[in-house]
Write a protein that binds this ligand. Structure first.
Ligand SMILES: O=C(O)CCC(=O)C(=O)O
Ligand SMILES: [Fe+2]
Length: 284
């Protein structure tokens, strides 16, 4: 009787096709996987976007003489870590940030894979790059000290952000480009001025806490998805963008809700992990 050789042959074909598909998937850059896992194809490559990012990293001068400043921290969530920091900025620091932003406002951009564009359906606001004077460096220092001066972690140059009526920022993550050795590890969303209605910072995938006490900081009287932090002058919402393995937290998706009346001014303080990088102290 003739031997049936077709079954082993089919299996070999299946294995070969799977192998070729896997090679093509890797060559395409492993689409669908978080970029932190795409080893061998990373922001360490010296692209213009990476150079611009690295040039924006700063470290406050070590011998700074900053005034004593006290704030109150409330743990909102431990995983992901989300903290509410009341009084992160003093009134005079907030006023100073407003003053030094005054002649610097420019239309805000959004960035996809390091490429900047304007799109009011995503982000409608103005932003200002603030000069690194003593007050600003003391704020940078406060942000690093708050996190325990983590290794190889720097502050991205600070920007204020102004939203007038209908200004908003659609849901997004703060961690678009990320690798194992370079990523935006944490965010402070600081309210510099909050003469507005609306304009809260909404986390769509996180539930509002039950305790009544949180109602001073989060919206309790509106029916909306997730939880919304109220803009409150001087306060900050702090969160970590990645877990210990370097995976972005999906729960940190957030939005700046439309300002219904008045003006809201925010300050972004982003901390960036850049393995092995050293930055000169001090001056802008
Ligand atoms: O304005 C807000 O409440 C959020 C701003 C924000 O998410 C950002 O600037 O990345
Ligand atoms: Fe954001």
């Amino acid at each position: 009787m003739a031997k049936d050789t077709s079954a082993p042959f089919r299996w070999r074909t299946v294995v070969e096709v799977a192998g070729i598909a896997a090679i093509i998937y890797v060559l395409l850059g492993a689409p669908g996987l978080p970029s932190a896992w795409r080893t061998g194809r990373s922001a360490e490559k010296d692209t213009p976007a990476v150079r611009t990012k690295i040039e924006s990293l700063v470290s406050p001068a070590k011998e700074l003489n900053c005034p004593t400043h006290k704030y109150e921290t409330h743990v909102f969530s431990s995983s992901p870590l989300i903290l509410y920091v009341d009084g992160f900025l003093s009134d005079s620091e907030a006023e100073h940030l407003i003053d030094i932003s005054a002649d610097k406002w420019q239309i805000s951009t959004v960035s996809t894979d390091g490429i900047e564009r304007t799109d009011e359906s995503v982000r409608k606001s103005e932003k200002a790059l603030v000069q690194r004077d003593l007050t600003v460096q003391c704020i940078e220092q406060r942000a690093l000290s708050f996190q325990g001066w983590p290794q190889d972690t720097f502050i991205e140059r600070l920007w204020t952000q102004r939203y007038n009526e209908s200004g908003h920022f659609a849901p997004h993550f703060d961690w678009s480009t990320a690798t194992k050795t370079a990523r935006r590890v944490s965010t402070f969303m600081v309210y510099v001025s909050a003469n507005c209605t609306g304009g809260g910072t909404q986390f769509l995938r996180i539930e509002r806490p039950q305790a009544e006490s949180w109602c001073q900081f989060v919206e309790c009287n509106v029916q909306s998805e997730g939880v919304t932090f109220k803009p409150r002058k001087g306060a900050a919402v702090f969160w970590e963008n990645f877990d210990a393995e370097g995976r972005g937290y999906r729960e940190t998706m957030h939005a700046g809700l439309p300002v219904e009346s008045g003006t809201k001014i925010g300050l972004n303080i982003w901390s960036w992990y850049q393995k092995g990088y050293r930055v000169d102290d001090g001056e802008p």
